[in-house]
Design a protein around this ligand. Structure first.
Ligand code: NDP
Length: 455
């Protein structure tokens, strides 16, 4: 690691102990920025990166609620308002038992760069709770969401901070959160994105992250004169991002063969077709069941249980022969051994639907191998970009058609790809989308911060 990143990381670790995901995210960006700070010393003297890594504000609050059995439960709620240099804070809410302040700081930090890449006026934020919606009744989820919003509502607003969904927060949760916001604030505004279609949501928002990750992969392949047609694809996760990744892969003639959840994964040699995807959507979004049921239903598929804990060994989902991989579950789901297995299995296109799904040693292997590696910051920016489009439609009190939003999303993904390519080349690392995304996102935010003085 170069001198600047080394000394910055010493400070980051001393000041933010026990936040390993945050350290990991900052280190990757700091390493990319070595290339910029030598050329543009004004960023260094204005301490731009040092300011970006310090959240503008962190809100931490108690979320008490009552279970169906009448027991009092207490969870912890967070909102990290990271950076508002180019627009209101924007980023999802995650409900998962693993949520900590450090995890949300990593996600909020990444969001700042990602949002800048979309070219839309959105700052970066992230929030959530250690609440686990799994196994809870609709009534319990509603009471939790209402309690969560009873504190959060005073900190957010359509021009201040606009949350959205993330892991564990889908259409159901956004509905309950919005209902409570509206009741408390006594106004109907676009304060959340991912809303239902008949109350201010945008067409294509549910699809956007998955579709965007596939559009990004198609752009990367385009640099080699190839398309997704006929490509075998590994997809992890089976939630929002994974489902619509599979859908767009099918649209473009590819063959997705895997899906997973936290209990295991299915490998379907015959390919996951539209009917099977319909089954998965019903299983996951309505019945809230486990992916194992896919293999019970379709004999061409094999279910393998798996453990995705830190310190785990290799994950068998990444051992299958394929052309492309779309990690779409969670952070650090690909370690160095998995990365080696992916390369060994012939994978040469990776488009990250999840945030930071690859550990740093894995990223290094992908970059060294010279494959088409699209980091989450760029590849999954379609979700927040379409949230930006939802905000625009809410401001105009108007809705665009499905085709119009999809066209805009596609255009944004093409632009993000092109910008990453140009910037990576400009800074002497052609084909390195990690540097391209980190530097392009940084430049936009850094210049805004310089203009706005020491705030
Ligand atoms: P969902 O909650 O809809 O789905 C998450 C999927 O990943 C589920 O299948 C879940 O399995 C699995 N998963 C989650 N955590 C773990 C874990 N610790 N170990 C194993 N499996 C896990 O979330 P999304 O699809 O919205 O999000 C997936 C990823 O995409 C996240 O990294 C998120 O930050 C990122 N992302 C999402 C965006 C969006 O628009 N939704 C935008 C940009 C990025 P199980 O049900 O068993 O927990």
């Amino acid at each position: 690691m170069a001198a600047y990143a080394t000394s910055l990381m010493e400070d980051v670790k001393a000041k933010n102990p026990a936040e390993p995901e945050f350290h990991q995210a900052v280190q990757e960006v700091a390493e990319s920025l070595e290339l910029v700070l030598d050329k543009r010393p004004e960023y260094r003297s204005a301490r731009i990166l040092e300011r970006i890594i310090e959240p503008e504000r962190v809100i931490l609050f108690r979320v008490p609620w009552v279970s169906d059995q009448g027991e009092v439960k207490v969870n912890r709620g967070f909102r990290v308002e990271m950076n508002s240099a180019i627009g209101p804070y924007k980023g999802g809410l995650r409900f998962h038992p693993s949520v900590t302040l450090g995890m949300l700081k990593f996600l909020a930090f990444e969001q700042v760069f990602k949002n800048a890449l979309t070219t839309l006026p959105m700052g970066g934020g992230k929030g959530g709770s250690d609440f686990d919606p799994k196994g809870k009744s609709d009534g319990e989820v509603m009471r939790f969401c209402q309690s969560f919003m009873t504190e959060l509502f005073r900190h957010i607003g359509p021009n201040t901070d606009v949350p959205a969904g993330d892991i564990g927060v889908g259409g159901r949760e956004i509905g309950f959160l919005f209902g409570q916001y509206k009741r408390l604030a006594n106004e109907f505004t676009g304060v959340l994105t991912g809303k239902g279609l008949n109350w201010g949501g945008s067409l294509i928002r549910p699809e956007a992250t998955g579709y965007g990750a596939v559009y990004f992969a198609a752009e990367m392949l385009g640099t080699r004169g190839e398309t997704l047609e006929g490509k075998t694809c590994l997809v992890s996760g089976s939630g929002n991002v994974a489902q619509f990744t599979v859908e767009k892969l099918l649209d473009l003639g590819a063959k997705p063969v895997t899906l997973s959840d936290s209990n295991g994964y299915i490998y379907d040699e015959a390919g996951i077709d539209r009917d099977k995807l319909g089954f998965v959507k019903e299983l996951k979004n309505l019945r809230r069941g486990r992916i194992k049921e896919y293999a019970d239903r379709y004999p061409s598929a094999v279910f393998t249980p798996l453990v995705m804990e830190p310190g785990r060994g290799t994950d068998p989902i990444w051992q299958h022969k394929a052309d492309c991989a779309f990690p779409s579950a969670t952070q650090n789901e690909i370690n160095a051994e998995d990365a080696q297995n992916l390369l060994r299995g012939g994978v040469y296109v990776i488009s990250e639907g999840a945030n930071m799904p690859t550990e740093p040693a894995g990223v290094e292997l992908f970059l060294d191998a010279g494959i088409l590696y699209g980091p989450g910051k760029a590849a999954n920016a379609g979700g927040v970009a379409t949230s930006g489009l939802e905000m625009a439609q809410n401001s105009m009190r108007f809705s665009w058609s499905r085709e119009e939003v999809d066209e805009r999303l596609h255009g944004i993904m093409k632009n993000i790809h092109a910008r990453c390519v140009v910037v990576a080349e400009e800074f002497g690392t052609p084909g390195n989308y990690v540097n391209g995304a980190n530097i392009a996102g940084f430049l936009k935010v850094a210049d805004a911060m310089l203009d706005q003085g020491i705030v």
